[in-house]
Ligand binder design. Structure first.
Ligand SMILES: [Zn+2]
Length: 399
């Protein structure tokens, strides 16, 4: 019943998990080197909408998400500050703020919420396997490099094969065909682990995700999600890593959410335009208004944020609520079978075109105010209940 755009096939197609009734879903987690902003939460929210949609369709969803605690960015951020002498203490307020915002936005809890640092033993097992099976080799410093000519590369993204080489850093902007580090030997200022069979060091962030997804959910998984900036190199690298363990496909569907800009510019520390959930709440907006704002642009399109747009979204949400209010209590019990027949359901289940569904629902509500048709009011209330289940936003007062 659900059509989704799949980055792997570049097509919109009918979603069908391997098992009939359950879906294994992996979502890349927050980088907690800094406080998580509303741009990051756009992706987390749309992943929540996807999860709620699958639940509404009757699937059991098994969801794993990591907390990206010890990785390049957090290590760098930790050493560039002097307030905390312990990285755990440095990261704790950032992780807590993230979890707090997650709760305030009322996002569904993953079944497995695993931090990178608690998966190091599992990661070591994968690295040893890759070394033993010649997918990877150790360089003179003790870094372990995954040789992508042996794993296959470029399933999701158009790789520029002219740029070739080896990359040790996790983050690199230049598109190319790079073998990459999966274990980084300890540097002078570093946070490191001491596994039995490797030199002191730490895993790269790409391997953590591949390991957590496969080990906690089991291979293959049905749907892998993240922001569009994760596609290359992070998700390409995850696929290469999964290929070292399994001959089958890593994830059948790849779901990617586009960026959020602020006043048409990319959010960045340098521009000083980062917006956090707490900023929005301080200005008197509610988390639900932010969620409604997110829904106004399809997840695959870049969305622009400014406070006027947020205000407009908030007004529209209030309008839906106040128009719908007087019909509440006049409908029959909600049945999932019936939602399939509604026009709104068809729109929503077509690659989550919720912005269109909301527009139509609002129009229907205005029409209803004129017609006062009982039959129509029941249909609209059902649509709103469906939208509530999928978006996690309350449109109707609870009776
Ligand atoms: Zn990831």
């Amino acid at each position: 019943m659900l059509k989704l755009f799949n980055t792997l096939t570049k097509k919109r197609s009918l979603f069908s998990p391997r098992e009939q009734h359950s879906v294994k879903m992996y979502t890349c987690g927050p980088s907690v080197y800094n406080f998580v902003h509303i741009g990051n939460f756009r992706t987390f929210y749309w992943e929540d909408v996807l999860k709620r949609t699958l639940l509404t369709l009757g699937y059991r969803v098994i969801h794993a998400m990591p907390i990206s605690d010890i990785e390049d960015k957090s290590v760098k951020a930790f050493f560039s500050q002097t307030e905390f002498s312990d990285i755990t203490k440095f990261l704790k307020p950032r992780i807590n703020a993230f979890l707090n915002d997650w709760q305030r936005l009322n996002l569904l809890k993953p079944d497995f919420l695993i931090s990178f640092s608690e998966s190091v033993t599992l990661v070591e097992k994968w690295i040893i396997h890759a070394l033993e099976n010649k997918y990877a080799y150790t360089d003179a410093r003790g870094n372990v490099i995954l040789d992508i000519s042996k794993t296959g590369y470029g399933a999701l993204y158009k790789i520029n094969t002219k740029n070739r080489g080896i990359r040790i850093q996790d983050d690199y902007a230049k598109n190319g065909y790079y073998s990459f580090a999966i274990w980084k030997a300890k540097k002078r200022k570093d946070i490191y682990f001491n596994p039995e069979k490797l030199v002191p060091g730490r895993p790269a962030s790409h391997i953590y995700c591949a390991v957590i997804a496969n080990e906690y959910l089991g291979s293959p998984i049905d749907i892998h999600c993240g922001g569009t900036d994760n596609i290359y190199p992070h998700h390409e690298n995850e696929i290469a890593l999964a290929n070292t363990r399994y001959s089958r496909i890593f994830a059948n569907y790849w779901f990617h959410v586009a960026h959020l800009t602020v006043n048409k510019r990319k959010m960045s520390k340098r521009l000083g335009n980062i917006v956090y959930l707490r900023d929005i709440i301080e200005k008197g907006f509610t988390p639900e208004e932010l969620k409604y704002f997110y829904l106004k642009t399809h997840y695959r399109k870049t969305q622009n944020f400014d406070y006027q747009l947020l205000e407009k979204a908030g007004r529209e949400l209030k309008e839906i609520r106040s128009l719908a209010k007087e019909y509440v209590g006049k409908d029959d019990l909600f049945s999932v079978d019936e939602i399939y027949r509604s026009n709104i359901a068809r729109i929503v289940f077509d690659d989550l075109k919720i912005h269109t569904a909301l527009k139509k629902t609002l129009k229907n509500l205005h029409e209803l105010t004129r017609s006062r048709s009982n039959k129509q009011s029941i249909a609209i209330l059902k649509d709103l209940k469906l939208l509530e289940r999928i978006t996690g936003i309350e449109f109707l007062p609870k009776t």
